[in-house]
Design a protein around this ligand. Structure first.
Ligand SMILES: [Zn+2]
Length: 333
């Protein structure tokens, strides 16, 4: 701290009085501001759930052109109208990624891992931000003892590996849904892969889950309590073994629904729309309506992996479908 002497203070007062008495004849150039930051602040958000602490840590977002086949059973113009109604870009669809960390008091668990460090380079920072933001949130990746995976799509599993292909969470047991694991590891299913895109997903799942990660793998069944307070809930469709997770502590609950609905402003409001990445769109719609009904009936909070950050919302029924109501940012815990 700088201490002003009485003499400096008197001079200062005199200068101020003189300045006030002198007419302003020339305009003073505005003081240059400090340089702009030019990048986003670290993205994480924390909330209490009973005695648990949940930290949502953004992995960034995707960038997908809105094409005719983006929703397989809706016209592009209708999809663009829904995007415009939510003041979203109508040509490019941006989908965020929201992995979470749950501190239960006895476990430090990550649910889904984002696109991985390698994606940070290949997307020029658009996604693959999870590890950086995790560190910014003060969470040590080495302290994670539990990783829970919802399904084997790259945006959920690729973050298991760092860019040098070593494990991102070297001290964690990696819990994966048994039906999902069976499907993607089956050579018969690979032979039956219905499209080059699904074939590519098979190759990626085997690349990530094989090797070092396989040694720490544990499969869990639907309805199983994976660790105390986090249970598996069957939500197939988006992929054959797609699984959601119910986190409970005391009377508090949040339903971590993975990709049951992708962007809520499209697929919560239009639950009958089939996004192109749904493995079994009919099954996916059945699951989606069942989950949204349950969430609306029980007034249960939902944590959406592809909802706008931090992805926490309630669901209510409307005349034509459902509507998501974001839980407001709480500056306190
Ligand atoms: Zn996803």
């Amino acid at each position: 701290m700088t201490h002003l002497t009485r003499r400096q203070m008197l001079i200062g007062t005199a200068s101020a009085a003189l300045a006030a008495a002198t007419p302003l004849v020339t305009s003073t150039p505005a003081r240059a501001a400090v340089p702009q930051a030019g990048k986003q602040a670290p993205g994480y958000y924390r909330y209490k759930l009973g005695s648990f602490e949940v930290t949502v840590v953004t992995d960034g977002k995707s960038r997908v052109p809105v094409t005719d086949g983006f929703v397989t059973n809706a016209r592009k113009a209708d999809v663009q109208a829904a995007l415009a109604a939510s003041f979203m870009d109508t040509e490019i669809f941006y989908g965020p990624y929201n992995p979470i960390v749950v501190n239960t008091g006895s476990h430090l668990a990550v649910i889904d891992t984002g696109n991985g460090e390698a994606a940070y380079q290949s997307t020029k920072g658009l996604n693959g931000q999870f590890l950086t933001n995790l560190a910014a949130a003060g969470i040590d990746a080495n302290a994670i003892d539990t990783v829970i995976i919802s399904h084997y799509h790259g945006d959920h599993i690729n973050g298991l590996l760092k860019k040098d292909n070593t494990q991102a969470f070297p001290n964690a047991t990696v819990h994966v849904p048994a039906p999902e694991h069976r499907y993607w590891m089956s050579d018969d299913e690979l032979k039956r892969a219905p499209s080059p895109r699904i074939e590519m997903l098979f190759k990626n799942a085997r690349r990530v889950i094989g090797g070092e990660v396989a040694k720490r793998l544990r499969t869990y069944e639907w309805d199983e309590e994976i660790i105390p307070g986090i249970s598996a809930y069957a939500t197939p469709g988006q992929s054959p073994g797609h699984t959601s997770h119910l986190i409970s502590s005391g009377n508090s609950k949040v339903f971590v629904h993975g990709d049951v609905t992708h962007a809520p402003f499209l697929f919560v409001r239009n639950p009958g729309w089939h996004p192109f990445y749904d493995h079994d769109p009919v099954q996916s719609e059945v699951t989606r309506r069942k989950v949204l009904d349950m969430l609306a009936d029980k007034k249960m909070m939902v944590q959406g992996y592809h909802f706008p950050f931090p992805g926490l919302a309630h669901i209510e029924k409307t005349a034509t479908g459902y509507r998501e109501i974001p839980v407001p940012w709480d500056p306190l815990m």
